[in-house]
Design a binder for this molecule. Structure first.
Ligand code: NAP
Length: 553
């Protein structure tokens, strides 16, 4: 472990708090800071040995954020903004983790966090109106409120591939990468998966390994990051108007990923639709966004995620880029996504991904065409009998997203009802933050909120601010219990579905829908109307005395 908390494993023995927080990633850290500021006592439980959440675990080579660093950072402290300097447009995982550690030190967070323990149970007691939380290390504590800051992509998906355990060499998960790093020099490596994690890792592993075989089931659309060191003069100018930029990030989905691009970029779409524009004009626009780099590309034309015709134009443009980059036509063909509209699976942001397939030491294997039969001691065999041998195997096979971490815990609400039962046909929340039947429970960036469709830091800060304001409201009004009303929840779930159905998103067969997990109910989990619209609704609900929630004294 590279960054252990060095804490002795003390236990909580029936201790009492105002709030228990599960997770010490960016959500849990900020929440702890805010709760303390309100004079509330809080305990945070965290599985990792230190803070940082996803950035603590995902240490694979090439890991970096796909939102721009100046936007993917806390906005709550001007002092922190002033003193921290990001070195690149897109921060690397080690730099983000250093930032998390810096925040923990600056706000003295670790003294209220218990590391290296997993919360196993969280039960609400009707009589006392309190949550009792237990961990796998024997902690037991209770609190009036329980806040799940468990992250949307924190439970790795174990792929159903026969023989995985038979492989004699080392197997590395991108989401549980060894803290001391891995040296692939001179080794033959196989990687399964071509999502965001793999697309970042592949160019870096290819540059180091003797040979890399990429096993691809579904090709993904990826746009160049156009990453570069940040010019300190530019950063100074940006910081001079940090509040203005932060406001952009809070209101706009595109701007949420960053508005510091090389050209003036308001964060909004350049045009509403491709219809009625000349092919040349649209192409030039897409070319411009391609050169700017990053996830903005998908927002260049406003109706890309709504209009199949626009989407096809954008997708064709990217397929053209792939074919122009990858020299071997068969490999280029296999890398071109055709099974889903662009953007309906999370758009990937890369550095030299497609170029990597021009290297002599890299081979792409299409396992959609020729599925894996089984892994064995020295590699794997495809169903058509073809063999691929390697010395190390990397699994970049994704996560049980959005609900995985919540449902891993035995959460029981009023009357002992389990969350697993309540969500048996898919997650149901009010605003993504409250669940009917689960009083005094808040889910930060939960299903039904924009979360994974947005810059997570922006959505985390919003949900944390909303939660602490709600707790403060309860305190001021003498309420001890809050619960999402069933009717409000039903209405919200209907609205989330309606919004998703008006887009192309449900056609993606992605983890947004739970489609990557065999047997998981297919429900489009994030709220797709954008962070600006969502913020307006959440603020209105709060201003109207948290309408849709029921309170009791
Ligand atoms: P992912 O997007 O779910 O990709 C998983 C990959 O593994 C897919 O290519 C999938 O193929 C493949 N796979 C899964 N099970 C398989 C099986 N049994 N056999 C063969 N292939 C299999 O996971 P991810 O790459 O870890 O990314 C998840 C999310 O994390 C991203 O979408 C993004 O939101 C976030 N993330 C962000 C960053 C960043 O900020 N830069 C970096 C990494 C991740 P199919 O598509 O066919 O299922």
């Amino acid at each position: 472990m590279s960054s252990s908390s060095q804490q002795p494993l003390e236990h909580d023995d029936n201790e009492e708090f105002d709030v228990i927080v599960v997770g010490a990633g960016f959500a849990g850290m900020y929440l702890l800071h805010r709760l303390r500021g309100m004079g509330l006592s809080a305990r945070v439980y965290e599985t990792g040995a230190s803070v940082g959440g996803t950035w603590y675990w995902n240490r694979y080579p090439g890991a970096r954020c796909d939102a721009e660093s100046l936007a993917y950072s806390y906005s709550f402290s001007r002092e922190l903004e002033d003193e921290w300097n990001w070195s690149e447009r897109y921060a690397t995982q080690p730099e983000i983790l250093r930032y998390a550690e810096r925040v923990a030190a600056k706000f003295d967070l670790k003294r209220d966090i218990r590391f290296e323990r997993r919360v196993t149970r969280a039960h609400f007691d009707d009589a006392s109106g309190r949550w009792t939380v237990e961990t796998d290390r024997g902690d037991r504590a209770s609190a009036r409120f329980c806040v799940m800051a468990t992250g949307c992509l924190s439970v790795p998906q174990v792929p159903q591939i026969a023989g995985l355990e038979d492989f004699a060499g080392p197997t590395y998960w991108t989401s549980k990468w060894p803290h001391d790093g891995v040296d692939f020099a001179g080794r033959r490596v196989g990687i399964i998966g071509t999502g965001s994690s793999a697309i970042q890792a592949i160019p870096v592993i290819a540059a180091q390994a003797k040979h890399l075989t990429v096993f691809q089931r579904t090709p993904n659309f990826s746009v160049p990051a156009c990453n570069a060191p940040l010019d300190p003069k530019f950063v100074d100018a940006f910081k001079a108007n940090y509040p203005g930029h932060r406001q952009n990030h809070r209101l706009g989905m595109g701007a949420g990923f960053g508005d510091l691009t090389v050209e003036p970029h308001p964060g909004g779409p350049a045009i509403e639709t491709a219809a009625g524009r000349s092919e040349k004009e649209v192409r030039e626009l897409l070319e411009k966004y391609w050169r700017i780099g990053g996830a903005h590309f998908i927002g260049a034309i406003a109706d890309t995620m709504m209009n199949p015709d626009t989407n096809r134009i954008v997708a064709d443009f990217v397929r053209g880029k792939i074919r122009a980059t990858v020299k071997d036509p068969a490999t280029a063909d296999a890398l071109c996504p055709t099974s889903h509209p662009i953007g309906t699976k999370r758009i990937c942001v890369d550095t030299d991904y497609y170029e990597t397939f021009n290297r002599a030491n890299v081979k792409l294997v299409d396992i959609r065409k020729n599925p894996i039969d089984r892994v064995d001691a020295t590699g794997l065999r495809l169903q058509n009998g073809e063999r691929h041998d390697f010395d190390a195997l990397v699994l970049a096979t994704g996560f049980d997203a959005m609900t995985g971490a919540l449902l891993k815990i035995d959460v029981r609400g009023a009357g002992g009802r389990s969350l697993r039962d309540a969500w048996a046909t898919g997650p149901r929340t009010y605003l993504g933050i409250g669940v009917a039947g689960f009083p005094n429970l808040f889910t930060i960036t939960g299903p039904g909120s924009p979360s994974v469709l947005s810059n997570m830091l922006v959505s985390i800060e919003q949900h944390v601010d909303w939660t602490v304001a709600c707790i403060d409201y309860m305190r001021k009004n003498g309420y001890r219990r809050i619960e999402a009303q069933q009717a409000s929840q039903d209405q919200w779930v209907g609205h989330v579905n309606e919004v998703a159905d008006a887009t192309l998103f449900p056609q993606g067969g992605s983890w947004y829908l739970g489609a990557n997990i065999p047997g998981k109910p297919r429900v489009f989990m994030p709220y797709a109307a954008g962070v600006g619209v969502y913020r307006e609704i959440a603020d209105r609900v709060a201003a109207n005395g948290y309408e849709g929630f029921a309170f009791a004294r």
